[in-house]
Design a protein around this ligand. Structure first.
Ligand SMILES: NC(=O)c1ccc[n+]([C@@H]2O[C@H](COP(=O)([O-])OP(=O)(O)OC[C@H]3O[C@@H](n4cnc5c(N)ncnc54)[C@H](O)[C@@H]3O)[C@@H](O)[C@H]2O)c1
Length: 277
């Protein structure tokens, strides 16, 4: 899909890759960008930056884990600009640990990293299907194709996000709906600070040393602008899977080819990172 003259909505637009997407969309000629975030001030700031450089933008405060908020967001975008062509369902958080993580943390990450995408699809699909076109981009993670050392809730919810994106692409692909799924490894953002705010610092004690930094140590850390550029390029070619770190395709293939070997390798990596290997 051509980005020029399109109406776009970005959740998690106040920070990180969401903010970079908002700027990138405006620079590539989107007709308008709706900047959505649970942090209203941050969303307003990004919308003001876009307007200051001559673009049309609106800020909407919404918690994407609330269906009422997602419905109101889409309604606001349609009132302001008539329709939604491109929806970037991008807001997400991380929490640390395994089954022992609190129910509260599990439910919160499930609501933000999975259920929000369901609410988004429910809200935008009717209009898109009626027009016979529309584009939904779901931000998952390389953790959704592989795993996340140190965080079962992140691995599980990101796998679910990939599954939903695939299901939508299969089910609605022949009706004009385009779907892409963003699966990056580490990039610079405020993810840990955001997640601490959402679930409390105690739910994140271990992720700093296990999760993101494990992959970062191997394949390097991109900037959020680089990740956003990969996403916007992929929209031009309508690729489903967006891998800003191309190595992820190799890891996914190895995992599928020999699951036992892959699991052994991941255990070795985990042991190395915790200083036991
Ligand atoms: N940073 C990484 O290394 C990395 C790697 C892979 C995937 N991701 C994914 O990228 C996405 C964007 O994260 P980021 O790294 O740019 O982090 P970030 O914290 O900088 O940005 C996320 C934004 O989402 C907003 N947000 C959080 N919960 C929300 C909610 N309930 N409703 C509305 N907005 C909410 C936050 O306020 C924040 O502005 C997430 O889905 C994350 O899981 C990040």
């Amino acid at each position: 899909m051509e980005i020029a003259n399109r109406i776009a909505v970005v959740t998690g637009g106040a920070s990180g890759v969401g903010r970079s997407l908002c700027h990138g969309l405006a620079e590539r000629g989107a007709a308008a960008v709706v900047v959505c975030d649970i942090e209203g001030e941050g969303a307003a700031k990004v919308a003001a930056e876009l307007e200051a450089s001559g673009h049309r933008a609106v800020a909407v405060t919404a918690d994407v884990s609330s269906e009422a908020d997602v419905q109101a967001l889409v309604q606001r975008a349609e009132e302001a600009f008539g329709r939604v062509d491109l929806f970037f369902s991008n807001a997400g958080i991380i929490v640390a640990g395994g089954p022992e993580a609190s129910d509260e943390a599990w439910f919160r990450i499930w609501a933000i990293n999975v259920q929000s995408h369901v609410y988004v699809a429910r809200a935008v699909l009717p209009g898109m299907l009626a027009r016979g076109e529309g584009y939904l981009v779901i931000t998952a993670s390389a953790a959704g194709l592989l795993t996340q050392l140190g965080s079962a809730p992140y691995a599980v919810t990101k796998h679910a996000a990939v599954a939903l994106a695939e299901w939508l692409a299969i089910t609605h692909g022949d009706e004009g709906i385009r779907v892409s799924c963003l699966c990056p490894q580490a990039f610079t953002s405020n993810l840990l600070a955001t997640s601490r705010r959402e679930v409390g610092a105690d739910q994140l004690a271990e992720t700093g040393s296990a999760g993101g930094s494990a992959q970062a140590a191997v394949d390097g850390v991109l900037t959020s602008d680089q990740v956003a550029a990969s996403v916007l390029d992929a929209i031009g070619t309508e690729e489903f899977l967006i891998l800003p770190h191309p190595e992820v395709a190799i890891y996914e293939r190895r995992r599928a080819d020999d699951r036992e070997r892959w699991l052994r390798g991941m255990r070795r990596m985990q042991a190395r990172l915790s200083g036991q290997g």
